[in-house]
Design a protein around this ligand. Structure first.
Ligand SMILES: Cc1cc2nc3c(=O)[nH]c(=O)nc-3n(C[C@H](O)[C@H](O)[C@H](O)COP(=O)(O)O)c2cc1C
Length: 159
């Protein structure tokens, strides 16, 4: 099984999950970087992030895109913004044609929106098989070992 973990993280929560997954899976891992990042911290991030969701923005990515044919399983991770996945993920899905893969979806939020976000991702990725989904409430505030244990359990279930 050749596996890729691809994710975006503005403030590090989704990165915590992605890094554990990539380590446990011994997989390649890509952190998506938009050419213009919205401000971190403070309240303005909700304005700029909310606007980017409202207008379905798809920022340019600074990353070299992977040869997706090399992978049969892809883990896709995003923070939840306004109950949706983030613009850099939308850019990635537009640039890279993902079809016939096994997909696992992970998301971080501050309290809600995971089901809606996963439904949107599933509908954008309908030509694939979703093998699992998992979400976390701001994992940066949790013990890393607790997150790791949850992820190990999930991986055991889905792989
Ligand atoms: C623009 C914006 C919109 C957000 N919308 C939601 C939301 O709809 N539901 C929620 O629970 N958290 C929401 N959050 C909080 C983040 O999803 C949450 O803090 C997440 O863990 C951040 O992940 P990151 O550190 O990887 O960027 C939002 C944050 C931002 C910046």
């Amino acid at each position: 099984m050749n596996t890729l973990v691809v994710f975006y993280s503005l403030e590090g929560n989704t990165k915590i999950v992605a890094d554990i997954l990539a380590e446990e899976l011994d997989s390649d891992c890509i952190e998506l970087k938009p050419d213009k990042e919205i401000p971190k911290g403070g309240f303005t991030k909700f304005f700029w992030g909310g606007k980017s969701i409202l207008f379905h923005e798809k920022p340019n990515l600074l990353n070299d895109l992977p040869d997706i044919d090399e992978y049969d399983t892809i883990f896709i991770g995003t923070p939840i913004w306004a109950s949706s996945y983030t613009p850099p993920i939308a850019s990635f899905l537009e640039k890279v044609s993902i079809k016939g893969k096994k997909l696992a979806l992970f998301a971080c939020h501050a309290g809600g929106g995971a089901e809606k976000c996963f439904e949107k991702l599933k509908s954008a990725l309908s030509d694939n098989t979703i093998i699992g989904t998992i979400s976390f409430t701001d994992p940066a505030k949790e013990e890393k070992e607790k997150i790791k244990a949850q992820l190990k359990h999930w991986l055991h279930e889905i792989t």
